[in-house]
Ligand binder design. Structure first.
Ligand SMILES: [Zn+2]
Ligand SMILES: [Zn+2]
Length: 246
């Protein structure tokens, strides 16, 4: 399997998973053109994508999904709950609905939705030994149960709690981000890896905030809390991050 991080951060998210039998784009939270451009920088093309999976209806995950789906004739897979929030943003696209409590297949590749906890309906996905979990205020029971079985994870490491508390955001926004339905902090992400990620060989720290985090702070927290040697990278908010084979 090859994992390519095309965009990551509160300013847009998209990740390409290439398996022998199918290529799957998880989220398309930049413009269609930007995603095409970044994919070409990584030697990838939308022409080869079989499906777009969407985690939730926020613009940083869905902005380009409708355009890319129509331009390339690629279906969008979205949960029933997310579809009711996202209908508008997807427009007249080929939409396939799934239920978050059931696995489903894209070609021969099995997809397992995993519940996350956000202020709108949302989920992450497990494909083979890889899991993608962003936009979650807490580590959910479902995430906790599966992470020990994974070899690679793309995990939200959104903010440094002190930077957020001392930072410029209004109180209500700070409260939301810190809540069970907000975003996962550096400490929570790294603690999860340390406590439960016993089989992980690769960690991609993702969905960093531009105001309340920095790649250096996320990296330092990870290195302080995670005692085991694991290959890890902090995904870039500015450009495509790269490709990893597992
Ligand atoms: Zn997001
Ligand atoms: Zn979100």
């Amino acid at each position: 399997m090859e994992i390519s991080v095309i965009a990551s951060g509160s300013n847009g998210n998209s990740c390409l998973i290439e398996e022998k039998d199918a290529s799957i784009l998880i989220d398309a939270g930049k413009s269609g053109r930007e995603i095409e451009y970044r994919m070409s920088n990584l030697g990838k093309s939308m022409e080869n994508v079989d499906a777009i999976l969407v985690t939730h209806s926020h613009h940083d995950h869905i902005t380009g999904a409708g355009v890319l789906s129509r331009r390339y004739g690629v279906p969008i897979y979205v949960s029933n709950e997310v579809y009711s929030d996202a209908k508008f943003k997807l427009g007249e696209s080929d939409v396939k609905l799934f239920s978050v409590d059931k696995n489903f297949k894209i070609k021969k590749v099995e997809i397992k939705p995993v519940l996350t906890s956000h202020n709108v309906s949302s989920c992450g996905f497990v494909i083979d030994k890889f899991g993608l979990f962003t936009d979650t205020g807490i580590v959910t029971r479902q995430m906790k149960n599966i992470i020990g079985k994974l070899k690679a994870v793309l995990l939200e490491s959104n903010h440094d709690i002190d930077m957020l508390i001392r930072g410029p955001y209004p109180a209500f926004l700070k409260q939301w981000i810190l809540s069970d339905k907000g975003h996962l902090s550096n400490v929570h992400a790294s603690s999860l890896i340390q406590d439960k990620g016993k089989n992980l060989d690769l960690v991609l720290l993702a969905h960093l905030s531009g105001n309340n985090n920095s790649p250096e702070v996320a990296e330092k927290t990870f290195e302080t809390l995670v005692k085991r040697k694991i290959d890890f990278s902090v995904c870039s908010r500015e450009k495509e991050s790269g490709c990893w084979k597992i």
